[in-house]
Design a binder for this molecule. Structure first.
Ligand SMILES: [Zn+2]
Length: 75
């Protein structure tokens, strides 16, 4: 199962996008696939065993370190 580090972006770049809030201690989403995505700042797992489509376009604020992450495939 592939694991990816997400890309930390300046929150200003995420303006106008839907930023999802992750809570420390549990993944934002889990299940449905085999891809795991970690915060690019602190390596906390934000999406665990999700389908690729669940991560596509995701913008997630890490509940642990507060950094805003975007998924790494489309940069
Ligand atoms: Zn983090």
């Amino acid at each position: 199962m592939p694991q990816f580090d997400m890309i930390v972006i300046d929150p200003k770049r995420a303006k106008g996008q839907n930023i999802e809030a992750h809570e420390a201690g549990k993944p934002l989403r889990q299940g449905g696939g085999d891809e795991t995505y970690r915060c690019g700042g602190c390596k906390t797992k934000l999406l665990v065993n999700v389908d690729h489509h669940d991560a596509h376009g995701a913008v997630i604020k890490c509940g642990k370190c507060g950094k805003v992450n975007t998924e790494p495939h489309h940069h």
